[in-house]
Design a protein around this ligand. Structure first.
Ligand SMILES: C[S@@+](CC[C@H](N)C(=O)[O-])C[C@H]1O[C@@H](n2cnc3c(N)ncnc32)[C@H](O)[C@@H]1O
Length: 271
């Protein structure tokens, strides 16, 4: 693995226990309430009962396991062994092990991690693409994993927001992918509450909306929808406000900007 991804892996390994114990993820509440996927996601993907779904960059599996509750046979993939161990134990605690498995691999090696296997759904959730230096290669991974007629559901941080400083006041980073100029961060904190991290260095990359869409259509996917949202799910900027639905939004009086986005795409069925 290249050194920048190696550094990210060490950082992610150090995040897993902190995240699993955080109020942000609230694992005990999640086990008690046993939520399925959010309605916006089930409306987009339809009935997944009996379908196969692979979740790329699954972290410790909470988003993955929601789809097992909806009836899919799910496979989570993440390069962090700590995340995969935690996800496997969470599946057991949730009673979902029969329909859920977790595999440790770099996302760029995913097709080799599942030799000969294709999935009905590739699912990617918030906070994923910024860890990847090459979005075109990621588009190839998605295409290689999907069965004919299979669907991609991607919800991620809007790349426009990644251009801003931590206060969300000034544009200081490139909107476009710069493979050789990652955003380099050194921080003892993560996006959840909890202890300080032992490994602080990370490398991140932005990918414009155009680059993400081109990565997918360049590998033969058909774009069904691209939606820019004025809400997100984590406190990216100190001035975001929580609305009545629990989504984080721009407060009144500030210009509305896109905070996250969703892409739905599919691979044509064979004729
Ligand atoms: C922000 S988390 C995803 C969070 C997830 N949406 C959730 O809410 O639980 C990003 C995940 O990407 C994984 N990751 C980063 N780079 C990766 C790579 N090159 N291959 C596989 N996984 C990667 C990290 O280990 C981490 O678990």
């Amino acid at each position: 693995m290249e050194p920048r991804l190696e550094a990210n892996l060490i950082n992610w390994n150090s995040c897993v226990r902190v995240h699993a114990e955080s109020q942000f993820y609230d694992v005990e509440g999640w086990l008690r309430n046993a939520p399925g996927p959010p309605s916006r996601e089930t409306e987009a993907l339809g009935d997944v009962a009996g379908k196969t779904l692979v979740h790329l960059q699954c972290h410790f599996g909470m988003d993955t396991l929601r789809w097992a509750r909806a009836g899919a046979t799910v496979t989570g993939l993440d390069f962090s062994p700590a995340a995969i161990d935690e996800a496997t134990s969470l599946a057991e605690r949730a009673g979902l092990s029969e329909r859920a498995s977790f595999v440790c691999a770099n996302v760029y090696d995913a097709p080799r991690a599942f030799p000969g296997r294709r999935f009905d759904v590739v699912y990617v959730s918030l906070g994923s693409l910024c860890w990847l230096p090459d979005v075109a290669a990621w588009g190839g991974v998605v295409a290689d994993l999907l069965a004919p007629g299979g669907k991609l559901y991607l919800h991620d941080v809007h790349p426009f927001t990644s251009c801003f400083d931590d206060d969300g006041e000034r544009v200081i980073y490139s909107y476009f992918e710069e493979p050789d100029s990652p955003f380099i961060f050194d921080s003892t904190s993560t996006y959840t509450d909890g202890e300080e991290l032992s490994a602080t260095r990370t490398y991140e990359w932005n990918h414009s909306i155009g680059e993400i869409v081109a990565a997918l259509i360049g590998r033969g996917l058909v774009l069904d929808s691209l939606t820019e949202h004025d809400w997100t799910l984590f406190h990216q900027f100190p001035w975001l406000e929580e609305n009545a639905s629990g989504l984080l939004v721009v407060p009144e009086g500030r210009p509305r900007i896109p905070l996250s986005f969703t892409v739905l795409a599919h691979v044509p069925s064979k004729v």
